[in-house]
Design a protein around this ligand. Structure first.
Ligand code: NAD
Ligand code: TDX
Length: 339
């Protein structure tokens, strides 16, 4: 089995490559990634010499490059994306271009390569469902919840999600879609809340908590997400959507307090800052379908142990995040948080 993974140099992609090489000794994987600011081959340095792994620097918007890369490939896992909500608020152009148009270019290339007869997994997000109210904690997103994206990021991901569905219906292509909640773990770009807060604290800086800190996210360890994507790739039913989540809802304030406690820091390290525009209040995933139909459930997200392990990873890997936080990231950080 030869898989082409898009976006394999990013956070989830690089963890997926590692998991696949570990768990499927007879698979090969090609990582097709253009290496934006968040793509980093250093995330994969330990497997560089593995002859089951190959890297192609390429853009999912480049049809000719895809035609070449897809030769002899048995399945595609599409993770490449612009992935950060705050950046999409600053400039939505690259989001629509990569997440929506790039998905269309890739779907067309896969159709040319295989007639759509081989599997394509579109890695979408729970954010396509929009926001849930805090007042009704029993309500969660199911696969039947209508799409109602509220940020330019989630709208651009919903564009790709709807196209994947449309290509299945129109051309009979073998496509599954996954919609996962917030991931955490090693190699996450430190613009996202957990690595941002941990690395700030390691540098003795305060953490910028948006608004009242009551927004809720459902946290899942990245390895659980990757295992779920692999399960869908191998066992999913064509045309189906699968929610993936940890049943692990925390308010941002609870999350921040847990990080402070693990790191032995006090509440004075919290800096309440202006809220994110259009900030989704709550995400919560009902992941019953993937458990019932494909037998997947999280095994690596136990809280707070998985969070403690993640804090330890950033503590132990200062050279990685210091390099990642240097250069253009400094301008982004200064623009967002005022230095
Ligand atoms: P990331 O930003 O860490 O990685 C994205 C990768 O895509 C990078 O390596 C980047 O270089 C590559 N890329 C971007 N534009 C490209 C293009 N035009 N052509 C080729 N490669 C390109 O993102 P992530 O957090 O690892 O997210 C991966 C996927 O999972 C995304 O599709 C995201 O929407 C989805 N997702 C993420 C989460 C989360 O919590 N991080 C949750 C659910 C779904
Ligand atoms: O500085 C911050 N302060 C803060 O309070 C940052 C960066 C975030 N937050 C809050 C906003 C959110 O409520 O923390 C929560 C999580 O924020 P992010 O890490 O930016 O993630 P989120 O916006 O929830 O989106 C993530 O999950 C779904 C990923 O970035 C997406 O790619 C994925 O689809």
């Amino acid at each position: 089995m030869h898989i082409l993974l898009t976006g394999g140099a990013g956070f989830i992609g690089s963890n997926f490559v590692r998991l696949l090489l570990r768990e499927r000794p007879d698979y090969r994987i090609t990582n097709f990634d253009v290496l934006t600011y968040s793509g980093n081959l250093e995330n994969l340095s330990e497997i560089e010499g593995d002859d089951r792994y190959a890297f192609i620097r390429g853009d999912v918007r480049d049809a000719a490059a895809l035609d070449k890369a897809l030769e002899g490939v048995d399945a595609v896992v599409h993770m490449a994306a612009e992935s950060h909500v705050d950046r999409s608020i600053m400039d939505s152009g690259p989001f629509i271009d990569t997440n929506t148009r790039g998905t269309q270019v890739l779907l067309d290339a896969w159709r040319r390569a295989t007639g759509g007869k081989k599997r394509f997994v579109y890695v979408s997000t729970d954010e396509v469902y929009g926001s849930l109210p805090l007042e009704n904690p029993e309500i969660k997103f199911t696969e039947a919840t209508p799409l109602d994206p509220s940020s330019p990021y989630s709208a651009s991901k919903a564009g790709g999600d709807l196209l994947a569905n449309a290509y299945h219906h129109t051309f009979g292509m073998d496509i599954c879609t996954t919609r996962c909640s917030n991931n955490f773990g090693p190699y996450q770009f430190p613009e996202k809340v957990i690595p941002l807060f941990v690395t700030n604290l390691l540098d003795g800086k305060q953490v910028p908590l948006y608004g009242d800190g009551k927004n809720v996210r459902d946290w899942l360890h990245v390895d659980d997400h990757c295992e779920a994507v692999l399960t869908v790739l191998e066992k999913g039913t064509s045309g189906e959507v699968y929610n993936i989540g940890g049943n692990n809802e925390r308010s941002n304030l609870e999350l921040t307090r847990s990080i402070l406690e693990i790191m032995g820091k006090g509440e004075e390290m919290i800096r309440y800052v202006e809220d994110r525009l259009g900030h989704d209040r709550r995400y919560a995933i009902d992941a019953g379908k993937i458990k019932r139909e494909l037998g997947w459930q999280p095994t690596r997200s136990a809280w707070p142990k998985a969070l403690e392990d993640t804090v330890r990873w950033y503590t132990d890997n200062r050279p990685w995040w210091e390099r990642v936080r240097s250069g253009a990231y400094q301008d982004y950080y200064a623009n967002m948080y005022g230095g």
